[in-house]
Design a protein around this ligand. Structure first.
Ligand SMILES: NC(=O)c1ccc[n+]([C@@H]2O[C@H](COP(=O)([O-])OP(=O)(O)OC[C@H]3O[C@@H](n4cnc5c(N)ncnc54)[C@H](O)[C@@H]3O)[C@@H](O)[C@H]2O)c1
Length: 252
């Protein structure tokens, strides 16, 4: 049987690389999905997915969106917070404006969506919130200072929300990917002089000798959203092809 039959889901960043794969998978599993984003809104979504413009940093828009989600007293079983940006800079090169912007999208937006989705999530009786952290919330990549800080904050917020809302039947988890082949990763590669060499070096440093696909991530998100994961909450689920398991010096 399909894992998400009859459930309703909202996916922020739903038109991005990982978000699209999650929406596709949720719809294939029988869910009715709303993909919210600020870009790539003209794509033709698969059956079961509706695309809706929503800037997750805009409190009034987020409040209005979730109020309308619940206008018919419909429950919301699944909320995925996949909207995010990356800024490839050290602290010294990052402006305060850039710092505030990345925190607004990667962290504060999560606070806003959960805050305003809670009435509809409670109505579901059992609900699952899945936030996007990163392996960069545990260990740092060079030149990603603000990004790493936002992902550490996402991990802490995920645990705090899981503690607060577990008694209401709401599970909260974070998925923490390593390198996943999406527009975000491609823009990271664009900064390199020799893109092919960098891509091969990135593959080689993984025990699995490849970086991940959005579908690899959607597999885990689909399980976390489903009733099979009914006892999973407050955890940071790293999915990185073994990247963060190894001692890097041993590969020299
Ligand atoms: N790709 C990776 O290697 C990787 C690794 C670790 C974590 N992640 C995380 O996974 C999540 C998805 O990343 P992705 O790789 O699919 O990136 P992506 O750039 O393909 O997608 C991100 C989406 O977020 C949307 N977005 C940005 N600002 C927004 C806003 N204000 N309101 C609504 N939507 C907004 C973008 O338009 C885009 O569609 C992000 O949180 C990212 O940090 C990605």
């Amino acid at each position: 049987m399909s894992k998400l039959q009859g459930k309703r889901a909202v996916v922020t960043g739903g038109c991005g690389g990982i978000g699209q794969a999650i929406c596709r998978r949720f719809a294939a599993e029988g869910a009715a999905v709303v993909a919210c984003d600020v870009a790539n809104l003209d794509q033709t979504p698969p059956d079961g997915v509706t695309v809706q413009p929503l800037d997750v940093t805009d409190e009034a828009a987020v409040a209005d969106f979730f109020a309308k989600q619940g206008a018919d007293d419909a429950p919301l079983q699944i909320l995925v917070n996949a909207a995010g940006i990356e800024i490839e800079k050290t602290v010294e090169d990052t402006t305060l404006e850039e710092w505030n912007r990345i925190f607004a999208i990667n962290v504060t937006a999560m606070f806003l969506t959960v805050k305003y989705a809670l009435p509809a999530l409670r109505r579901a009786g059992e609900a699952s919130v899945i936030n996007f952290g990163s392996y960069d919330g545990f260990i740092a990549d060079p030149h990603l200072a603000a990004y790493c800080a936002t992902k550490g904050a996402v991990h802490a917020l995920t645990r705090a929300m899981a503690c607060d809302h577990g008694p209401e039947g709401i599970r909260v988890n974070a998925v923490c990917p390593g390198y996943i082949d999406t527009p975000m990763l491609q823009s990271f590669f664009q900064g390199a002089g020799d893109i092919e060499s960098l891509q091969q070096a990135v593959r080689d440093v993984h025990p699995m000798r490849r970086y991940g696909t959005p579908e690899d991530i959607a597999n885990l998100v689909n399980w976390l959203a489903s009733d099979e994961a009914r006892y999973a909450s407050g955890q940071l689920w790293v999915l990185d092809g073994g990247l963060s398991a190894q001692v890097q010096q041993m590969r020299l």
